[in-house]
Design a protein around this ligand. Structure first.
Ligand code: G3P
Length: 218
């Protein structure tokens, strides 16, 4: 399992990477807007925080393939290091994924809501495909089922594509996609902390401290 942070909050990223095994950061235009700064300034801040080795996934905004390719080049040149262009899976996006892969980019296909969108993106060469679990659950569909099927399709066709499950609102959703075989998840920092939390763990640690206090003169 690879854990990503789905945020542009640099302070939250700094805190999370101190404690958690974080492989990278994912952003989208909404997340960038929440930071309230230009995209290039924001992703440079994130890169400075996470270093060159961790993955940084940044989405393009253009509506044509030409614009997506142009923006992907600008974004990659701005942050260098381990960079992934996030491309949405409409027709222009699938064309873009194939161009970017020929140009040597790492690519994450995003805004995925169906199994077949993921399969086409994988065949086009996407390194990651990002299904939106909670947004599916919210329309009485099953985000977990979609992730499970995408994992099977990737195996069936021996694709070198990983599932980057996204859009989570609770720990149970993360648990279910990990059971389904998702290769990675991207989480907001609060949810990341919730994965670890259990009141009995807190209680046990306090009990150990009280019990061992006079016997651990280390
Ligand atoms: O970055 C894509 C995905 O994580 C969006 O999540 O919470 O806006 O549905 P959310």
């Amino acid at each position: 399992m690879l854990y990503f942070l789905d945020t542009a909050d640099v302070e939250a990223i700094r805190r999370a990477i101190e404690f958690y095994p974080i492989s990278g950061v994912t952003t989208n235009p909404t997340i960038i807007a929440q930071r309230g700064k230009n995209v290039v300034d924001t992703i440079k801040e994130i890169r400075a925080c996470i270093g060159d080795d961790r993955m940084l996934h940044v989405q393009t905004l253009g509506e044509t393939s030409e614009d997506m390719v142009r923006e992907a080049n600008i974004l990659r040149d701005a942050v260098k290091g381990n960079f992934y262009a996030k491309i949405p899976v409409n027709e222009q996006g699938i064309k873009t994924i194939q161009i970017l892969k020929k140009d040597g980019f790492n690519v994450t296909a995003t805004a995925i809501f169906t199994q077949q969108q993921a399969l086409i993106a994988g065949v086009a060469g996407a390194d990651f495909v990002a299904p939106y679990v909670n947004r599916l659950d919210n329309i009485s569909s099953s985000g977990i089922k979609v992730v499970e099927d995408i994992v099977s399709l990737i195996k069936n066709y021996s694709l070198n594509t990983k599932v980057l499950a996204a859009s989570f609102k609770n720990v149970e959703q993360v648990h279910q996609v990990s059971l389904a075989g998702a290769h990675s998840v991207t989480l907001n920092p609060e949810l990341c902390a919730n994965l670890l939390y259990h009141p009995l763990t807190q209680e046990s640690i306090i009990d150990f401290i009280l019990d061992g206090y006079n016997y651990y003169n280390l």
